[in-house]
Design a protein around this ligand. Sequence first.
Ligand code: FE2
Ligand code: FE2
Length: 177
Amino acid sequence: MQARGPLMIEHRLIERMLSVIKDALMRIESKHKVDPVFVDIAVDFIRVYADRTHHGKEEDILFRELKKKPMSDEDRRVMNELIEEHVFGRQTTKALVESNTRYRNGDETALSDISEKLRTLIVFYPKHIDKEDKVFFPSARAYFTDEEDQTMLSEFWEFDRKMIHEKYKSVVENFER
Ligand SMILES: [Fe+2]
Ligand SMILES: [Fe+2]
């Protein structure tokens, strides 16, 4: 498997979650209510899986290695755009959490903010994935030898191995605060 393999497999699970969110959004808008626990679970998926585990590998390993290469202006531009999109995803998720807290505390006007943030995520994220799968990953692959690519793949597995421990350590630490 090439290094981009696990990243593309992760994209497929993220797409499945986006489709779950899309269905939930239709119910939210037709019933004019939301289950805040659903939003919690969606946020946990986005933060731990899509952001920490997936963007973590992209930014901390793939992009780090690419920065050592003589990238073309266009590839560098796309990489910076992807980094900005990761930031945008984090900001949108943070705003979603804030709206969900307001809704939980009885502020029904927060419902439209929750819908808006969920919609933003399901519209923006597939484009981001598409850009990586079809444009950026193929261009990025050309900068690496097969050996370098396999070294990154090993580092990806090692990164993933730590994730479950990091996730549940943070669960305990949040209770201890
Ligand atoms: Fe990404
Ligand atoms: Fe990605």
